[in-house]
Design a protein around this ligand. Structure first.
Ligand SMILES: *[C@@H]1O[C@H](CO)[C@@H](O)[C@H](O)[C@H]1NC(C)=O
Ligand SMILES: *[C@@H]1O[C@H](CO)[C@@H](O)[C@H](O)[C@H]1NC(C)=O
Ligand SMILES: *[C@@H]1O[C@H](CO)[C@@H](O)[C@H](O)[C@H]1NC(C)=O
Ligand SMILES: *[C@@H]1O[C@H](CO)[C@@H](O)[C@H](O)[C@H]1NC(C)=O
Ligand SMILES: *[C@@H]1O[C@H](CO)[C@@H](O)[C@H](O)[C@H]1NC(C)=O
Length: 888
């Protein structure tokens, strides 16, 4: 798949839209399965699937994300269905905008890709409340995810709604649509034992209910060892090559290959090295797997208040092959693309046999061979190489430390540690999981020295672009402390947070008044005493105000709070602001977890003993005054009495801020830099871009270098220690207009709005390094006639690519023995003098290019009997700037 630009891209999009309207994407086909694979239209298939959650991007981003998934080698797109987005109020459905799941699926179909729809409706997904609408808690007699009549009725109603919608829209495969597979429930096996017999009965009910809907394609239950015979069970994890389904009649499916991980506010950033990821995928297909989905291929953003908890951040980047902003994450995307091409070359052999032949190659080395010998007579004069025997093999070295030389079919192969070599013809290596030939890219959110102190950012280009986009004309209005409207109520005791807010807001005020007698504090000067407020347990955040003044704050997942406070003789006002930061989305009985305050609230440290405030009358106020006025919207924001903000008058507590900005030019994605702020929420033109929180991750626990070798876990290759977990927040281009965009911020803890900036996000620097010994790039070989591909005659190539209209400006090129790594390359003893000219001739000013790695291309051998490498460093610049750049 080639990416088109300019007018042609528009034409293509328009054609795609027409196609979408026509509704039929494929000749209708049935999907069945056997023990080896899904059978699509009568053929066993080896399928690569890319996880993309439609509400974590905008509809305007979907075409590019789907195209990049396809270009990266995906056959299938996988998504959950997000019940709480589709039915925010019981009986009132929403299938618009980011929740237009039908449009999303049609786009997938119009790209010629299949779709795996995981309806759930429990989805986990680090999504608010695991995808359940919060009103579901209030259904009479309900208990979630077990054999409970009220729950089953609601679940069946929603699942039926989705299946009927898909059928009406002709989206199932047998209607010519892209949906090849569905999912009911999600990882229920993880929690089933907590529900006893009710859990077992629920699994049977859910399976029968789903299949009874007559969708006509297979259903999956992932992580469900007791899935009934008529439902597929599937593996989720970092590795699934050892997984065997619970029946010999079912194929080996991997619904979630965790290619990264999520993170929490104050957490480090996890990264999964692509060499290990590719190893896991290759091992899966080596040992009989047939369907593999990347969770996530694009993670995206938890816009609004959609992130789950405890305390999950707004970014859902997930270290996925396509990053949060929609840019390729390199070399991850490129290396997986090469892997997928190699696997596709093997597909004819993989599906031709029922199970691979195992060959032990060494103590920790093994081969699996898919060899279909053609026994029938063939005409030797036939030019159809496809008629020949099919043979593909995978050679694995699972030794974490040492490379190994192995003999396979009388040839020697060298296998790096923890790697798999793929031999589509059982002879030539097309790919090794540990040898990355794809380009690396260095991402920048416009150059800002403060944020890149440890990266040597080159000097010339990005500095010129540094702009704040905001005038100093900030406006502010403060949010009142405590009860602010007649819409309040008073009851005895402490109510559970969600029981009061129904999650209509993150915020809930608890207010009470306590009388402190003279003898309680008599012997202390100024009639002020040191007392503490002690709260048994809170989640996620609480701010404590006494007599209108902030006493302190606490946050965590059910943590005890001990807050010193200063009381006065007489009446004291105690106001607690309880704040949720994403509702629980995982665990048995998680709907009962609730939020806010648990247990007792006491005043301690008084002469006459503790005062139990939990027995007091408390007044409750849901939400913020500014929220009720919708002052974040463009139409309503004048309802607040904004005043000019002065630098010396920035509040350290609850305040709203607003300003406006013009959209940055170009096509690069846009980020809002909130590193100068504390914690809160932000809106652009009324679109809720998410919660923000400038909370530092731990100072240690990050690894200086990441060793891909050995089993991965989410703590293994983390970065960003001692820095805020997230400071950049994606503002989708489609939410902006050219001029006068409104930004409204609610700040809880104090920050400096004058330092807020808008930045362009891009990959301005790319590097690649490919040696003569590297395997040739595979997309050159793929021919519709498998078997005719001549592997051995190809030369390795270097492929470079810029995005979003940027073009290549070569900064360094050396064919020979270049030294160093990206951003620190230098010439070695061997260097072809025309290296720069050759690479520049092929690449300069282009959006993408490729260069063959051979002596001939570089005008002869610069140093005989030495393995040559080409190393290139290039910038991706706007074509406007290219003219002003001189090549070295
Ligand atoms: C799919 O299977 C059904 C039931 O066996 C059959 O009636 C239908 O014709 C098949 N459709 C296609 C397109 O093969
Ligand atoms: C809270 O509600 C009561 C009863 O409706 C009302 O009298 C009082 O004024 C309200 N408080 C505020 C601050 O509006
Ligand atoms: C929430 O309210 C329901 C009734 O509406 C009640 O049964 C439940 O105990 C409450 N939860 C808590 C934690 O107070
Ligand atoms: C009261 O609290 C203040 C500040 O928290 C502290 O400095 C002081 O030592 C405390 N006094 C007593 C008597 O505990
Ligand atoms: C910018 O938009 C606001 C409304 O958000 C409007 O009041 C203001 O007049 C606009 N300013 C300009 C220069 O158009």
């Amino acid at each position: 798949m080639v990416r088109f630009h300019g007018q042609f891209q528009w034409l293509l999009l328009m054609l795609m839209q027409l196609y979408v309207i026509s509704g039929e994407f494929f000749r209708p086909f049935n999907v069945t399965y056997d023990h080896r694979a899904l059978i699509i239209d009568g053929e066993r298939r080896i399928l690569i699937s890319a996880g993309i959650h439609y509400p974590r991007a905008t509809p305007e981003m979907w075409p590019d994300l789907i195209a990049k998934s396809k270009e990266g080698g995906a056959d299938v797109i996988q998504t959950y269905v997000f019940w709480n987005g589709h039915e925010p109020i019981r009986g009132q459905y929403n299938f618009e905008g980011r929740y237009d799941v039908v449009k999303f699926i049609k786009l997938v179909g119009s790209n010629g890709l299949y779709l795996h729809l995981r309806i759930g409706p429990y989805v986990c997904a680090e999504w608010n409340f695991g995808g359940f609408p919060v009103w579901l808690r209030d259904v009479h007699g309900i208990e979630f995810r077990t054999n409970n009549a009220a729950f089953k009725e609601e679940m069946q109603r929603f699942v039926t709604k989705i299946v009927v919608l898909m059928r009406q829209e002709m989206l199932f495969s047998w209607q010519g649509g892209p949906i090849i597979m569905l999912q009911i429930e999600n990882e229920y096996g993880n929690v089933e034992s907590s529900y006893g017999q009710g859990g077992k009965d629920y699994v049977k009910w859910a399976a029968s209910m789903a299949v009874g809907l007559g969708a006509g394609v297979p259903w999956v239950m992932c992580r469900q060892v007791d899935a009934p015979e008529f439902i597929l069970d599937a593996c989720n994890g970092y590795y699934c090559d050892g997984f065997r389904p619970n029946s010999n009649n079912k194929p080996v499916l991997w619904t979630e290959d965790w290619d990264g991980w999520y993170t929490v506010w104050g957490g480090r950033l996890p990264h999964r090295p692509v060499e290990d990821l590719a190893f896991a995928v290759a091992r899966f297909f080596q040992r009989g797997g047939s369907f593999q989905n990347y969770y996530m291929f694009f993670g995206g953003t938890n816009f609004g208040r959609s992130s789950g908890g405890p305390l999950y951040i707004t970014s859902y980047d997930y270290d996925a092959p396509i990053d949060e902003y929609g840019l390729l994450s390199q070399p991850k995307w490129g290396h997986l693309k090469d892997l997928h091409a190699a696997i596709k070359l093997c597909e004819p052999a993989l599906v031709a046999v029922d199970s691979p032949q195992y060959v032990k190659l060494g103590p920790m080395q093994e081969a699996h061979v898919y060899n279909k010998k053609v026994t029938g007579r063939r005409l030797s004069s036939s030019h159809h190489a496809g008629d020949e025997s099919k043979c593909s093999a995978f050679l694995a070295n699972i030794d974490q430390h040492r490379a190994a030389s192995v003999e396979f079919r009388s040839q020697m192969y060298t296998l790096p540690p923890w790697s798999v070599s793929i031999l589509p013809d059982c002879q030539n290596v097309a790919f090794n999981t540990a040898k990355v030939g794809a380009q690396t890219s260095i991402k920048e959110v416009e150059f800002d020295r403060a944020h890149f102190s440890d990266i040597a950012v080159p000097q010339n280009i990005m500095l010129q672009n540094r702009l704040h986009y905001f005038s100093d004309d900030w406006k502010t209005v403060s949010e009142p402390v405590g009860v602010w409207s007649a819409n309040n109520f008073t009851v005895k005791g402490i109510l559970e947070h969600l029981n009061v807010t129904k999650d209509s807001s993150d915020y809930l005020w608890y207010f009470t008044r306590v009388h402190i007698a003279r003898e309680d504090i008599s012997f202390l000067k100024n009639n002020r005493i040191n007392s503490t407020i002690t709260i048994d347990s809170i989640r996620d955040v609480v701010h404590i105000f006494v007599n209108g003044q902030l006493a302190g704050r606490a946050f965590g997942h059910w943590v005890k709070v001990v807050q010193p406070v200063q009381l006065v003789e007489g009446y004291n006002d105690v106001a607690l602001l309880s704040i949720t930061v994403g509702l629980q989305n995982y665990g048995a009985f998680f709907e009962k977890d609730g939020a806010g305050i648990r247990g007792q609230i006491k005043l301690t440290g008084l002469n006459n003993g503790d005062i139990d405030l939990s027995e007091f009358m408390w007044t409750y106020q849901v939400g913020l005054k500014g929220e009720s006025q919708t002052i974040f919207s463009v139409a309503e924001n004048e309802r607040a009495s904004w005043t000019d903000l002065k630098l010396d008058a920035i509040s350290s507590s609850l305040a709203w801020y607003k300003n406006s900005f013009n959209e940055p030019d170009g096509m690069d994605p846009i980020a809002l830099d909130l590193s100068s702020m504390g914690k809160g929420q932000a809106w652009v033109n009324g679109h809720h871009i998410g919660r923000y929180w400038t909370l530092d991750s731990p100072k240690d626990g990050c690894q200086k270098a990441c060793d891909y070798r050995g089993p991965y876990n989410s703590d293994k290759c983390t970065t960003n220690c001692g820095k805020p977990t997230q400071i950049w927040y994606h503002i989708p281009r489609s939410w902006m207009q050219a001029l006068n965009n409104s930004l409204v911020i609610f700040e809880e803890t104090g920050g400096n709005p004058f330092e807020i900036s808008i930045k362009k996000y891009s990959a301005p620097l790319i590097c690649a390094q490919v040696s003569e010994m590297h395997y040739p790039p595979l997309w050159k070989w793929s021919s519709p006639l498998f078997g005719q591909v001549l592997i051995s005659n190809m030369t390795p190539e270097m492929y470079l690519q810029c995005e979003n209209g940027h073009v290549i400006a070569i900064e360094f090129a050396s064919y020979g023995t270049p030294q160093g790594t990206c951003q620190k390359y230098s010439k070695g003893d061997c260097h072809a003098p025309n290296s720069l000219d050759v690479v520049a001739a092929a690449c300069q000013g282009r959006e993408s290019c490729s260069v063959e790695i051979s002596n001939a291309v570089f005008g002869g051998d610069p140093c005989r009997s030495i393995v040559k490498t080409l190393a290139v460093e290039a910038r991706c610049v706007s074509s406007r700037l290219l003219g002003s750049l001189a090549v070295e």
